[in-house]
Each structure stands twice: as structure tokens, then as C-alpha cells.
Design a protein around this ligand. Structure first.
Ligand code: SF4
Length: 367
């Protein structure tokens, strides 16, 4: 049913109380797009991300005000918070001391090595996980000079150089690495090459991937390619828009590879001229509902008797539409035939009944 995937052995590191790498599940993370200084907006977005299944959240720390607000964000957030830093290391030290579980640094944007060394030593003192986040758009000048373009080889050399620096100079190992480009294939090549040379856990994703449809496609191409080869310990699907969508897309990728499920899978037909119920609206309602449910179950929402009964039978609970009616299947058997206007309510009742009979299919996302 799913491809056989052998995950690449990696070190286990910790972002607060969430492990990444080793035998940990592939962790799903996202980033808030609120101003970090707006505590209520940031916490409300974090809460929505958590409901969607996000396990680690990153917040931007562009200035002193943001780092001052971070303490409260960390205190109130139900999941570990990572501070995202560029350019100024003094902010980094304050962020670590404010209690963030991890920092993401882009070494290409840190000009002063002495400051960076001091920051990394503070991370070590506080056991704050460090992500070395290499980005093709901001490689160090000497690397760019050597490679002429921000190629995957340039990204890999930069990443290896920084990993070696942190390990040898700081003697610190609570590290993960990302090597992102806005070109998915260049991104893939960078991760493939890096993974042959280091066993630190990898945070995978494509940067600046765009909005929901193009961004989902670009991320899925790169992330799936890597995960199929066992590469990737945590992922962020980068999308322009509502970050909760990043989390739903991440789980869709993981579920379709048989790596991890969180929300119900929905089988739905595209509809055609044979459909005699309002299947699109029915589907939308089921999808919205399913985003709030954490269970490894398969639902089917099908338009007519051509493929409807077959798919509905194979699902845990399914609908096969008819003329203004729907037949509901549960565990392969017809349980009800109901008019269209009560179809959704009856369907949800059957799903609830299924989950009561199969509590093992309900998922606790923090395991
Ligand atoms: S299941 Fe029926 S309504 Fe849906 S696409 Fe197939 S033929 Fe059309």
C-alpha cells in the first residue's frame, strides 16, 4: 500500500521536550507570520498551529522589541518555540536566555565570527538546539566567490563548514541542519550530498515556495523525493499565507508516504455529470471537519453508483451518492440510506460510532 522507506540513521537531538532525529517521528513544524511583539495574535496563531498538529513553532526575532516579547511567547506556548535570527547575535543571546528551545541561524548573515562564537556558547550553556539554516540566497561571500553561483555544492560546503565549526570549536552537538533553495531540485541535490557526509538530523523543505497550490507542489516534489530516500527528520512546508495550511500539507505528504498520519484521509470523486447530489459542498464540510479530528481513518465521499459503493466499502466510513440521497457504508457494510439534507449529520454520527468502536485509531499527536 505504501512505499517501503528506510530512514537514514541520524543523531537524536532535542528541541525542548520534542526529540528530532534518531527514532523520533518526523516532526512537523511551522512559523508564525504575526508580529512577535503582538502577544495575543502570536499565541492565537500558535494555538491554531497546535490544533492542526504543529509540534515545533518558529517565531521571527527581527529586533529588540521582538526578543523582549519572546519570553512571554515561550512561557505561554504549548509547544517548543524556536527563535529565527539573522544579522544580530546580541538578539540571539537574549532569545536563548528568554528560554527559547531552539534558534535558527543563517550563518551567511552573521558577519562577526566572535559574536557568533559567543552566541553558540550561550546555546551550549542553555542546551538550546541550533539549526544551521543554509539558504541559497544568503551564502557567505567566500563560498560564493569559490562557486560563482549559489549551487547545491556551495550550500553543502557552507553547511559542512558550519557543522564542523560548532562541533569542533564549541564542542556542541544539539544541532540540526537545513539547506534550502527556492529551486526544488537544487534543494534535493544539496540534502542528498550533505546526508552522505553528516549524521546530524535534517530539517527539510523548500524555501520561498509560493502560495498554496504552487508552493504545495514545489514542497511536495522536494520533500517526498527526500523522504522516499529516508532523508528528513523534521519538515516545514513553506507557503505564502495561513501557516496552518503548511501543517495540513505536511501531514498529507507524510500520510501519503505511509510515514505518519494525523488527520483522516478523505477519498473523494471529482464529480461529473452523473452526480445528483451537491457533493462539492458535502466534501468541503467533511474536509473542514476532518482538519479538527486526529485519527488514522479513511473516509470516502463519492458522487454516484459508478465508483461510489466500491470506494465507500473500502473506507472505514463512506458515502455513495444517489438521486437526492446518500448510502452510508461503515466497515464495508451499508448501514443507512438517508436523504441528502440529513446525510452529513448521519455520516458524522457513523464516524463517531466508528471511532468509539476503534479507540486505537485516535491519535495523540504528542507521542
Ligand atoms: S463516482 Fe460517479 S459522480 Fe463521481 S466522478 Fe465517478 S462517475 Fe462521476
Amino acid at each position: 500500500m505504501y512505499p517501503k522507506i528506510k530512514r537514514r540513521p541520524t543523531r537524536k537531538v532535542w528541541v525542548g521536550n520534542v526529540s528530532v532525529g534518531g527514532d523520533s517521528p518526523i516532526r512537523v513544524q511551522s512559523m508564525t507570520n504575526t508580529s512577535t511583539t503582538d502577544l495575543s495574535a502570536t499565541l492565537s496563531q500558535i494555538q491554531k498551529l497546535v490544533e492542526a498538529g504543529c509540534e515545533i513553532v518558529r517565531v521571527a526575532i527581527p529586533d529588540e522589541k521582538a526578543v523582549n516579547a519572546l519570553k512571554d511567547v515561550v512561557k505561554e506556548s504549548p509547544i517548543p518555540v524556536i527563535a529565527d535570527l539573522h544579522f544580530a547575535t546580541s538578539l540571539g543571546e537574549k532569545a536563548v536566555k528568554a528560554g527559547c528551545a531552539g534558534i535558527r541561524i543563517n550563518p551567511g548573515t552573521f558577519k562577526n565570527k566572535a559574536n557568533l562564537e559567543r552566541l553558540l556558547k550561550v546555546c551550549k550553556d542553555y542546551n538550546c538546539c541550533v539549526r544551521i539554516g543554509i539558504n541559497a540566497g544568503s551564502l557567505e561571500p567566500e563560498i560564493l566567490k569559490k562557486y560563482k553561483t549559489p549551487s547545491y555544492r556551495a550550500m553543502v560546503e557552507s553547511a559542512l563548514r558550519w557543522v564542523e565549526y560548532v562541533v569542533e570549536k564549541i564542542d556542541y552537538y544539539n544541532l540540526k541542519v537545513s539547506l534550502k533553495s527556492s529551486n526544488w531540485w537544487e534543494t534535493v541535490k544539496a540534502y542528498l550530498a550533505f546526508s552522505k557526509k553528516s549524521d546530524f538530523p535534517l530539517h527539510v523543505g523548500v524555501t520561498e515556495a509560493g502560495g498554496l497550490i504552487p508552493g504545495t507542489i514545489k514542497n511536495t516534489m522536494a520533500i517526498s523525493y527526500l523522504l522516499l530516500r529516508g532523508i528528513g527528520d523534521t519538515l516545514r512546508v513553506s507557503l505564502t499565507g495561513d501557516p496552518t495550511e503548511e501543517v495540513y500539507v505536511a501531514y498529507e505528504i507524510l500520510r501519503n508516504l505511509g510515514l505518519r498520519a494525523l488527520h483522516p484521509e478523505i477519498i473523494a470523486c471529482p464529480t461529473c455529470g452523473r452526480c445528483e447530489i451537491d457533493l462539492s459542498s458535502l466534501y468541503q464540510k467533511v474536509e473542514t471537519w476532518a482538519k479538527k479530528v486526529k485519527a488514522d481513518i479513511k473516509l470516502a465521499v463519492m458522487g454516484c453508483v459508478v465508483n461510489g459503493p466500491g470506494e465507500a466499502k473500502m473506507a472505514d466510513v463512506g458515502i455513495a451518492g444517489g438521486k437526492g440521497v446518500g448510502v452510508i457504508f461503515r466497515e464495508g457494510k451499508i448501514v443507512k440510506k438517508v436523504p441528502e439534507k440529513t446525510l452529513l449529520d448521519e455520516f458524522f454520527k457513523e464516524v463517531e460510532a466508528f471511532l468509539q468502536a476503534h479507540p486505537e485509531r485516535v491519535i495523540n499527536p504528542r507521542q
